[in-house]
Design a protein around this ligand. Structure first.
Ligand SMILES: NC(=O)c1ccc[n+]([C@@H]2O[C@H](COP(=O)([O-])OP(=O)(O)OC[C@H]3O[C@@H](n4cnc5c(N)ncnc54)[C@H](OP(=O)(O)O)[C@@H]3O)[C@@H](O)[C@H]2O)c1
Length: 341
């Protein structure tokens, strides 16, 4: 098999394609011949040496794959063999052969391509948890989605529109037309306009019920101020710390310190009727049953046509650095995938 390794922290070019023996599925596992692997911003942060969840380097990153089952371990039904699936992997997904526990593997519904399958798990589970599990989104609410043209952003737009919410999105200007076509009610070019002021204008000073923010640093403070009474801020990342393509602790320090300094004091929250919460879907690995139920719900929504992953690019394994450049250059609209062939 072939795997893409992060041998050491550095720019996208450190990613290295290596060959290894095909793994054998352990008891309770299935083996997947991978057709597509999802690329996440966390992989980028990990490559830069700025993602504490990643195993010690060198390692093979990757949280999600889609492909076909070709072998099963002891205790797993042989009827899995030949099925088209998608799977959550806790790392190791940047490979053309992957073993995963049965509970993290899901049969792809009819019509779902491997590309859609690999684009769905992390982005849609994260958006689901943010909007519905913790964000308590209701029909008629307004939600502000940062990085709206990214993988999680597009998933959040589709799910929020389906729930009957009004959606504002922040993104680079070149993405606005496509965001509007997806149902985004207003787009804010955060590179030119102050998003806090824009939200105030759009809501006549009232603010929004929910903000999804993975930019972090100063953005968390501003997003908090965008909340209407009873509003909630969902924090789930710190992309502002990814300045440049290699780790620069100095450059990351500003956003990190700003985030550390944030104080959402109980009294202030009570008096303002506001809520804040955090999401890290990768830390729910031990809550498998709940996550599986969310996934089953998402797969049903796919069958009903309520969600459709948007794939931005298929990047061959040999050119893996391009996938990371694309995210970091803010060129992607939707999900970037790595494909073995
Ligand atoms: N906690 C969790 O469970 C969880 C799960 C998934 C993702 N996340 C977080 O959610 C965010 C989005 O993840 P994703 O995988 O869907 O990626 P993504 O949004 O597709 O990431 C790329 C996009 O992010 C925007 N962006 C904002 N700040 C950036 C920066 N400093 N450098 C480069 N791009 C930046 C750019 O779009 P524009 O500038 O055009 O808006 C870019 O196109 C990331 O912060 C990620 O860590 C968290």
């Amino acid at each position: 098999m072939r795997q893409i390794w992060i041998p050491k922290p550095g720019p996208p070019e450190v990613l290295e394609l290596r060959e290894a023996r095909d793994p054998l599925p352990a008891p309770g596992e299935l083996r997947i011949r991978v057709e597509a692997t999802g690329v996440n911003f966390a992989d980028v942060m990990g490559r830069m040496g700025m993602y504490p969840d990643l195993p010690k380097l060198p390692c093979v990153p990757g949280y999600e794959v889609a492909g076909r089952i070709d072998a099963v371990g002891d205790g797993v039904g042989s009827d899995w063999v030949g099925r088209d699936v998608l799977a959550l992997t806790r790392f190791g997904g940047y490979a053309d052969v992957v073993c995963a526990p049965e509970a993290r593997v899901f049969t792809r519904p009819e019509g779902m391509t491997a590309s859609e399958g690999a684009a769905l798990p992390v982005n849609y589970l994260t958006a689901w948890q943010l909007l519905h599990v913790m964000g308590s989104l209701h029909e008629g609410d307004t939600v502000l989605v940062h990085s709206a043209g990214g993988g999680v952003g597009i998933a959040a737009i589709q799910l929020a529109k389906r729930a009957g919410a009004r959606v504002f999105g922040t993104a680079s200007a070149g993405k606005h037309e496509r965001l509007k076509a997806l149902g985004c009610d207003a787009c804010i070019d955060y590179t030119r306009d102050d998003f806090e002021r824009a939200v105030r204008e759009l809501t006549h000073g009232r603010g929004v019920e929910l903000v999804l923010d993975a930019v972090g640093g100063r953005s968390f403070e501003k997003s908090y101020r965008c909340l209407a009474p009873t509003g909630r801020l969902g924090m789930f990342g710190l992309s502002a710390a990814a300045t440049g393509k290699s780790r620069s602790l100095l450059r990351a320090l500003g956003p990190a310190l700003r985030t550390l300094r944030l104080r959402f004091a109980p009294r202030a929250l009570m008096d303002a009727n506001k809520g804040v919460f955090g999401v890290n879907v990768g830390h729910l690995w031990e809550e498998g049953d709940r996550v599986s139920r969310w996934m089953e719900r998402l797969l049903t929504l796919y069958v009903e046509g309520a969600l459709r992953p948007v794939v931005d690019a298929h990047v061959p394994f040999e050119r893996a650095p391009e996938a990371h450049h694309r995210l970091q250059d803010r060129r992607n609209f939707g999900k970037v995938l790595l494909v073995p062939a």
